[in-house]
Write a protein that binds this ligand. Structure first.
Ligand code: SF4
Length: 509
């Protein structure tokens, strides 16, 4: 679907030539990191004089920002491209642009096999979106009075530009072939190196008062199942002051909840020579007066330092929330995954997290069915999940990706068995979640109200500190208390009145 958010579309404006502006429909697939790329490209297009539309049938140009993480994501990307191509064949659209991870993987094949595609833009080429769309930039850049558009800041100094250095690990892994795309026919050899900064125009597509900030891009880790390093390049951090400048501007525009993202946020700043870079960044962000909640996603297990935990514990504005994808708990499987550690080390580390941050919400995700995963390994994972009592947990089925180290491993687990294990682990977690969520009944929390629920008009939705955007269970509001109406993007106090397996119901107090 095109990005559905009419509030971010600017008022109709005429182009420099006096003609009506070209309308661009944007479809963003995949993860929040890809969403930020979409927001950046929408910002560039809008600054170039185009108008963003939420309706594909009204668009002169359609951009599909794709995901290529696993097979199902690739299929969804291809289906969406073909669906959008119909608007060019029999509708108003004149141009179809494909962007994102699928381009990094299948650049020439997309152009060869889908003739309706006019141009492709890889993850490292976001600044080429205007040329790809055939739009000549306005001079000077078009202004917009949309409150949710970040425009170029003329006062931004050159010293605030993104970091472009690399970690020693990244350089070493590059030499050992970690980022090689030689197995991928159609992928270009150059790795993406693009990273936006605080001067880059950006149109927010997230609900009012919330925004993601990408603090780093790429990944240097060697995880055997993952092709993200080949798709996104070596790890690189944005400059510290660039992130702060962007957060300040977002706060001045009404954003109150900021979620920091990157393939691995806990490596933040290592390439810039910063020690405990993420902790320092969080500390500084917490000083921005108008921000109310700051959180980060995608921590790497052995990068969660004591300083980071203490920083979370001692700052009210930093959400007591850690998302740490552990991927497995069996030491044998983790070793084959090229990640290391195991259940015992993880349990100790979780105990330390909960000791330091008593009201911690802990999220993780696992992959089941990695090549060579035995029934015993899987049982170990189940026991670990029972012992760790995570607040939120995601389970992914192993996907055999060409170009990943695991692709060449023997002992592949049959798909039906993978599915059985996925279902069983989710069932274990459902019971844990159900039991633990019940303990929340009667407790009060601050809630960021998002608006009417997409599921039913009878309910509204919101988020507490325990809920990261998009990925966690939902908080439904069925009682406005003394308020005649609620204002989306505003904080209220609520009491949990009912809980389900994953979702909760609350009343405003
Ligand atoms: S840390 Fe995450 S993004 Fe990096 S290689 Fe491992 S799974 Fe992939």
């Amino acid at each position: 679907m095109p990005v559905e958010n009419s509030t971010i579309a600017p008022p109709q404006q005429e182009s420099a030539s006096g003609k009506a502006p070209l309308k661009v429909g944007f479809v963003s697939l995949g993860c929040p990191k890809n969403l930020v790329d979409s927001e950046v490209m929408m910002g560039m297009l809008q600054t170039g004089g185009a108008q963003i539309t939420a309706k594909a049938e009204d668009a002169d140009i359609i951009v599909v920002n794709t995901c290529s993480f696993i097979d199902t994501a690739r299929q969804e990307s291809v289906d969406t491209i073909l669906e959008m191509a119909q608007h060019k064949i029999s509708g108003r659209a004149q141009k179809l642009v494909v962007a994102g991870c699928l381009v990094e993987r299948y650049r020439t094949e997309i152009q060869k096999n889908i003739p309706e595609v006019d141009a492709v833009v890889g993850t490292g080429e976001l600044d080429q979106i205007l040329a790809a769309a055939g739009i000549e930039p306005l001079q000077p850049a078009a202004q917009s009075d949309s409150p949710f558009v970040i425009l170029n800041s003329s006062s931004a100094s050159q010293s605030l530009k993104s970091g472009v250095s690399a970690r020693a690990e990244g350089l070493a892994r590059e030499q050992s072939g970690r980022f090689s795309r030689s197995e991928w026919e159609g992928a270009i050899a150059d790795l993406p190196n693009y990273l936006y900064d605080e001067t880059t125009p950006r149109v927010l597509a997230t609900p009012k008062a919330s925004a993601y900030i990408k603090i780093a891009e790429g990944c240097d880790h060697p995880c055997g199942f993952c092709i993200i390093p080949q798709l996104r390049g070596k790890f690189r951090s944005r400059h510290f002051e660039s992130v702060i400048a962007e957060a300040e501007r977002l706060a001045a525009q009404g954003v109150r909840e900021v979620t920091l993202i990157g393939q691995d946020t806990t490596c933040y700043g290592e390439d810039l020579g910063l020690k405990d870079g993420l902790a320092l960044l969080l500390e500084r962000l917490a000083q921005i007066e108008d921000l109310r909640w700051v959180r980060f996603l995608y921590a790497y297990p052995n990068k969660i330092t004591g300083k980071l935990l203490e920083t979370i514990a001692s700052n009210e504005k930093i959400c007591s929330y850690i998302d740490v994808p552990l991927q497995h708990a069996s030491a044998t499987v983790l070793k084959r995954m090229k990640r290391g550690a195991g259940a015992e080390i993880f349990l100790k580390s979780i105990e330390k997290m909960r000791r330091t941050i008593p009201d911690l919400t802990l999220r993780t995700s696992f992959i089941v069915g990695f090549p060579g995963e035995t029934e015993q390994d899987f049982d170990e994972l189940c026991d670990f999940v029972r012992a760790a009592q995570f607040d939120w947990l995601g389970v992914f089925s192993y996907s055999d990706e060409e170009g990943s180290a695991a692709y060449h491993l023997a002992d592949k687990v049959p798909p039906r068995e993978i599915e059985r294990r996925r279902k069983k682990l989710m069932q274990i977690q459902r019971q844990i979640s159900k039991k633990n969520k019940r303990k929340l009944v009667g407790r009060q929390f601050n809630v960021l109200v998002l608006g009417p629920s997409e599921e039913t008009e009878m309910l509204w939705e919101g988020r507490t500190e325990m809920h990261a955007p998009e990925i966690d269970g939902k908080l439904f509001i069925n009682d406005f208390g003394d308020h005649e109406e609620l204002v989306p993007g505003t904080f209220y106090r609520c009491e949990i009145t009912e809980t389900h397996d994953y979702d909760q119901v609350a009343r405003i107090v």
